[in-house]
Write a protein that binds this ligand. Structure first.
Ligand code: FAS
Ligand code: PHB
Length: 395
């Protein structure tokens, strides 16, 4: 089909999730023009229930982007988290061990705030795009083509940000002979529910039980988010609400189970768990950000937060290029982003290994888990290492 619409911009951003929107909004604050191309509708993107915990780095970026007001007033500051194994439970105090806290504020709300800011600024976002194709990323004149309805579009640009998640087109645009991929697929999934009930505890509970992992989280004082480890073959419809609540109660300490307020679930979904990294995160004028480049098991709440550090590095690299005519930040992007990505991968893998039951786990493996939990419970230095990773390593 012939191109019926041709335009140009400085940065084409593929993907209208948190990575793409945050980058677009930050660039806008510095007068750098971008267009966001999103495959789905806005409602579909906002309907995905995902992350719930924001590191200080992401909170700071939301302030820098000028979209922090609602987050600041509705987000819940958490100074610690609870870890349980069997009926034992102990607290990791982020504030005392690191001087920092985390903010409980759903990814859906972060995305909603960013959409609102882009719309207020008349930002260019095209929804329901099809056949997005990146052309000439390894040249000085890259462009992107895409289709909407029955029109074929072309956007000429200086840079392309691949913020299109794990199943996007950006990563695949980098030639396979250039790409190095690292992956670990976990032999279980997370079954997550939302319920309009008060959270069982005012802090999160990460639970290791003989029946498997569970997590008690929240979105606000009247909206709870719970997860249980499930078989990778499970489907959400295999789990009635009653079956979910009964299983969750079996996996958290009895005193917590006794006060758990149950109710109808308003969302139920299963997320597969994997660790994945692609290197490099740059190819010519194409830069990968967020899930397009890496995936973590959600145990350490690092998915969204590591996407944020990628955005921080890319945004500042683009600023340096446009404001000082200096490509150094862009040239260092992949190496700098990957250095932090791998630390987030390690922490997420470590915490997942500590808290889940593995089908092939031997009695010795289980003894190692209990010993590591006992060490974490009794050692300040072990808790400090855990807390430093959880609140977010420096950018
Ligand atoms: P996203 O996947 O959020 O956004 C990519 C966007 O690109 C999507 O809107 C998609 O529609 C669009 N897109 C894809 N292909 C395209 C194309 N060809 N053209 C145009 N647009 C295209 N993280 C946590 O920290 N805690 C959690 O509990 C947690 N739970 C998760 C549950 C699930 C099921 C998944 C998949 C992820 C979860 N994550 C969690 C990780 C998640 O929060 C991601 O880290 C976060 O969404 C990353 O944001 P983006 O990089 O913007 O990618
Ligand atoms: C969530 O609230 O969705 C959440 C919180 C912490 C995690 C993972 C998910 O580690």
């Amino acid at each position: 089909m012939a191109v019926t619409d041709q335009s140009e911009t400085q940065v084409v951003i593929i993907g209208g999730g948190p990575s793409g929107l945050l980058l677009s909004q930050l660039l806008h604050t510095r007068g750098i023009d971008s267009i966001v191309l999103e495959r789905k509708t806005k409602d579909y993107v906002l309907g995905r229930i995902r992350a719930g915990v924001l590191e200080r780095g992401l909170v700071d970026l939301m302030h820098e982007a000028g979209v922090a007001d609602r987050m600041q007033s509705e987000g819940l500051v958490h100074d610690g988290t609870l870890i349980s194994y069997g009926d034992k439970m102990f607290r990791i105090s982020f504030g005392e061990l690191t001087g920092h806290s985390v903010l409980v504020y759903g990814q859906t709300e972060v995305t909603r705030d960013l959409y609102a800011a882009r719309e207020t600024a008349d930002g260019k976002i095209v929804f329901e795009v099809e056949d997005v194709t990146i052309q000439g990323a390894d040249t000085d004149a890259p462009f992107v083509t895409y289709r909407t309805d029955d029109a074929e579009h072309r956007v000429d640009c200086a840079f392309i940000a691949g913020c299109d998640g794990f199943h996007g087109v950006s990563r695949q645009t980098i030639p396979s002979e250039v790409r190095r991929e690292y992956e670990k697929v976990y032999p279980f999934g997370w079954l997550g529910v939302l319920s309009r009930t008060p959270p069982v505890n005012h802090e999160l509970i990460y639970a290791n039980s003989e029946r498997g992992f569970a997590l008690c989280s929240m979105r606000n004082e009247q909206l709870s988010r719970y997860y249980i480890q499930c078989d990778i073959t499970d489907r959400p419809e295999d789990w009635s609400d009653d079956a979910f609540w009964a299983e969750l109660k079996r996996r958290i300490p009895a005193d917590q189970a006794d006060k758990l307020v149950t109710g109808p679930t308003i969302e139920k979904s299963i997320a597969p768990l994997r660790s994945f990294v692609t290197e490099p995160m740059r190819w010519g004028r194409l830069f990968l950000c967020g899930d397009a480049a890496h995936i973590v098991p959600p145990t350490g709440a690092k998915g969204l937060n590591t996407a944020a550090s990628d955005v921080h590095y890319l945004y500042n690299g683009l600023r340096q290029f446009y404001e000082n005519d200096d490509p150094a930040g862009l040239d260092a992007y992949s190496q700098k982003a990957l250095a932090r990505v791998w630390k987030a991968e390690r922490f997420s893998w470590w915490f997942s290994s500590l808290m889940h039951r593995y089908p092939d786990q031997t009695t010795f493996d289980h003894k190692m888990q209990v010993a590591e939990l006992e060490f974490l419970r009794s050692s300040r230095s072990a808790q400090q290492a855990m807390a430093e990773n959880y609140v977010g390593l420096p950018y």
